[in-house]
Ligand binder design. Structure first.
Ligand SMILES: Cc1cc2nc3c(=O)[nH]c(=O)nc-3n(C[C@H](O)[C@H](O)[C@H](O)COP(=O)(O)OP(=O)(O)OC[C@H]3O[C@@H](n4cnc5c(N)ncnc54)[C@H](O)[C@@H]3O)c2cc1C
Ligand code: FES
Length: 397
C-alpha cells in the first residue's frame, strides 16, 4: 500500500485536501490560516484577564461577594465549579489566591467571587477590609476540574460543603435550578454558627421552590437554644438525610482541608467508592505541622534559609508554603491552583528537604528529577532551588 493510500484512510484527510485545493483555486494562501486555532483559543480563553469590581455584596459578618466585570465587556465562559486565580498586590507584595466563581455560568456579564475572612489571612483580610468598587485586578481565566460531568456523574448528586466551600456549589445549584436541568441535588452544608451560613436565605428559597433540590444545614458550634442540626457532616447524618440509595449517588466535597479529609473518611465508612467522590482542595492546610507525616524533629515555625541558584537567599518559616515565603521576598513563581495539583509552579530542588502534604500531585518525573510544587511545599531544612519562570520585584542581591 502506498503512502497516498494510507493518508486517504485518515479521517478528514480528503476534506482538508479539497479545502486546500479550493483555497489555491481562488488565490488564497492556505498557510495564512496557520495559527488561527491558537488565536481563537486565546480569544475565548485568554491566559490573563483584567477585572474590576462593579459591586460588593455583604453576605455574612465575615463574608463578601465581589462582582467582577471585564473593562472590555468579555469574560470567558466557565463550568460551574471552576475558580479564578486572583492576583493581589498589597503592602508591596504580589501574590495570588484562588476563588471559586459563585455565580452561574449561564450569565456572562460578571463573575461573582465570595470571600470569607479567615482572621489574619493575608489576602482575605485585604479583600474584605480594603477593596472598593472600581478597584482593578488581574486574574487567570477560569480553571479547575471540580465540575459536573454528565457522562460520569449521573443525575443524583450530593454536595458536601464546609464554610466558604459552598461557593462552587452555589454556581452549580444556581445553574441547575435556573436552567431546569434534570439533576437531583442534596446539599449538606456545615458551618460554625448559624450566622456563618453563606447564601442561607437563597438556599432556603431554592429548596422550597424546587423539588429536585434539598438542603441540610449542620452547625458545629451552635448558640444556646439552637434547635437545628448540630455537629459535623458524619456518616450517620448522611444516612439519615440521604435516604436508602446512598451508593448510587455522586459525592462532591469542598471546604477547608480538615473538613474534606473528615468527610471523605465518613463516605468510605458508608462504603462509597473513591470513584464516586470528587474533592476540591481549598489551598494549604491551616496548620501543616499537624498533617500526617510532618517530622516531629522539625520545629513549628523554625526559620531556614532558601538560596536561589544565581540569585538571592531568603529566610523562610518551615510552616509557610515556600511559594508564599518567596512572594513575601519579591519572587513570584507562576501559579494557578495553589494546591499542588496543576504543576504550573514546578521548581527544581537542588539541595535540602521539603514536606509536601497528601494530595500534592507530583508526577513520577517530578520525583525522579527532583521537582517540587512550592505552592504546597514546606521547607524542612536549608534549601537550594533553581527557578526558571519567576518574576522578581526589588533587587537581586
Ligand atoms: C480552588 C480553590 C478555590 C477557593 N475558593 C474560595 C472561595 O470561594 N472563597 C474563599 O473564601 N476562599 C476560597 N479559597 C481559599 C482562598 O484561596 C485562600 O486560601 C483564602 O482566602 C485564605 O487566603 P489568605 O491569604 O487570607 O490566608 P493566608 O495568609 O494564605 O493564610 C492561610 C492559612 O495559612 C496559614 N499561614 C499563613 N501564613 C502563615 C505563616 N507565615 N506561617 C504559618 N502559617 C501561615 C494560616 O494558618 C492561615 O490560616 C479557595 C482555594 C482554592 C485552592
Ligand atoms: S500552582 Fe498548581 S501546583 Fe503549584
Amino acid at each position: 500500500m502506498s503512502l497516498k493510500d494510507v493518508l486517504k484512510d485518515i479521517e478528514g484527510y480528503q476534506e482538508i485536501g479539497e479545502e486546500i485545493a479550493v483555497l489555491k483555486k481562488y488565490g488564497t494562501d492556505h498557510s495564512s490560516q496557520r495559527g488561527q486555532v491558537r488565536k481563537i483559543i486565546d480569544l475565548l480563553h485568554p491566559g490573563k484577564l483584567k477585572l474590576h469590581v462593579s459591586e460588593i455584596i455583604r453576605e455574612t459578618g465575615s463574608t463578601k461577594t465581589f462582582r467582577m466585570v471585564s473593562p472590555d465587556g468579555y469574560l470567558p465562559p466557565f463550568q460551574a465549579g471552576q475558580y479564578i486565580n486572583l492576583v493581589v498586590e498589597t503592602g508591596g507584595i504580589v501574590t495570588s489566591r484562588d476563588y471559586s466563581i459563585s455565580s452561574a455560568p449561564s450569565q456572562t456579564a460578571f463573575y461573582d467571587i465570595t470571600v470569607r475572612q479567615i482572621g489574619e489571612g493575608f489576602v482575605s483580610d485585604y479583600l474584605l477590609n480594603d477593596v472598593k468598587v472600581g478597584d482593578e485586578f488581574q486574574s487567570s481565566s477560569p480553571a479547575g476540574n471540580f465540575y459536573y460531568n454528565p457522562l460520569i456523574h449521573g443525575n443524583d448528586l450530593v454536595f458536601l460543603a464546609g464554610g466558604s466551600g459552598i461557593t462552587p456549589f452555589m454556581s452549580m445549584i444556581r445553574e441547575t435550578l435556573s436552567r431546569g436541568l434534570d439533576r437531583r441535588i442534596h446539599l449538606i452544608y456545615g458551618s460554625l454558627t448559624p450566622d456563618d451560613v453563606i447564601f442561607g436565605q437563597e438556599l432556603e428559597n431554592l429548596s422550597r421552590n424546587h423539588p429536585n433540590f434539598n438542603r441540610t444545614l449542620v452547625i458545629s458550634n451552635p448558640p444556646e437554644g439552637y434547635t437545628g442540626r448540630r455537629g459535623f457532616i458524619t456518616a450517620d447524618l448522611m444516612k439519615e438525610t440521604l435516604g436508602e440509595d446512598i451508593s448510587g449517588k455522586t459525592y462532591f466535597i469542598c471546604g477547608p482541608e480538615a473538613m474534606y479529609t473528615f468527610c471523605e473518611k465518613e463516605l468510605y465508612r458508608l462504603g462509597i467508592s473513591r470513584k464516586k467522590i470528587r474533592t476540591e482542595m481549598y489551598g494549604p492546610p491551616k496548620d501543616v505541622s499537624e498533617q500526617p507525616g510532618w517530622p516531629a524533629s522539625v520545629g513549628r515555625d523554625a526559620i531556614v534559609t532558601v538560596s536561589i541558584k544565581n540569585g538571592k537567599s531568603v529566610q523562610v518559616r518551615t510552616t509557610e508554603p515556600l511559594m508564599n515565603s518567596l512572594e513575601r521576598n519579591g519572587i513570584v513563581i507562576p501559579s494557578l491552583c495553589r494546591s499542588g495539583e496543576c504543576s504550573l509552579c514546578r521548581t527544581k530542588l537542588l539541595k535540602g528537604r521539603v514536606f509536601q502534604p497528601e494530595g500534592v500531585r507530583l508526577r513520577a518525573s517530578d520525583r525522579k528529577f527532583g521537582y517540587i510544587h512550592p505552592c504546597m511545599a514546606y521547607p524542612l531544612s536549608d534549601l537550594e532551588i533553581q527557578l526558571s519562570n519567576a518574576e522578581f520585584s526589588g533587587s537581586q542581591d
